[in-house]
Design a protein around this ligand. Structure first.
Ligand SMILES: *[C@@H]1O[C@H](CO)[C@@H](O)[C@H](O)[C@H]1NC(C)=O
Length: 183
């Protein structure tokens, strides 16, 4: 058996364990953020490695002891990341005040950051409401920025990259929050 076949069998086995119960996942000792990144790999995008590396950049994440902690740390990272993106966009607006950049840099990123903050405020007592903020308010702001970019004749590649980070954090935050709902 070549190493990549072996790895893919191992990977498949781990998916079976994880999909069957969180108990089995704990028997093979996955950390919680690794469980979330494997779910991300199955449901959202195959880049599990990118997910692990991004989340590990907060040293608290690998040692999160429950999904409440993990959800809080992920949302805090999301807020930090989106705040830096908004600063980048506001600087960009100084030299390129196109309608799309203005729209994203002001209203939309403010909406995105507020939605992550409202989700964070609800993790402990109402994870479903936290998810609703991600779907409704954040989805709305993100959609407006994406639509404005699409309407603009310039490609704005780097802004689309920033938006893809928002998608990433929304997806992993929701996957983590889901563990607080369907036990
Ligand atoms: C935002 O998050 C993405 C994905 O984790 C990462 O690649 C990027 O470097 C982050 N941006 C900043 C400014 O930290």
């Amino acid at each position: 058996m070549n190493p990549s076949t072996f790895l893919s069998i191992l990977f498949t086995l781990s998916l079976i364990f994880i999909s069957h119960s969180s108990l089995s996942a704990s028997i093979i000792n996955f950390k919680l953020y690794q469980v979330v990144c494997i779910q991300y790999g199955i449901r959202v995008s195959p880049n599990i490695k990118g997910c692990l590396e991004a989340l590990q950049s907060d040293p608290r994440i690998p040692s999160a002891e429950n999904y409440i902690e993990l959800s809080i740390f992920i949302l805090e990272q999301a807020i930090k990341n989106s705040t830096l993106s908004q600063i980048f966009l506001k600087n960009m607006m100084k030299t390129d005040p196109s309608p799309a950049i203005k729209e994203c840099a002001t209203q939309d990123y403010t909406g995105i950051i507020n939605a992550f903050e409202n989700a964070l405020a609800n993790v402990l007592h109402d994870p479903q409401t936290a998810i609703n903020y991600l779907h409704r308010d954040l989805g709305y702001a993100e959609g407006k920025c994406s639509a404005a970019l699409k309407d603009d004749p310039k490609p704005y590649f780097e802004v689309n990259v920033l938006i893809s980070h928002v998608y990433f954090y929304t997806a992993v935050a929701e996957l983590s929050l889901n563990h607080l709902i369907d036990q």
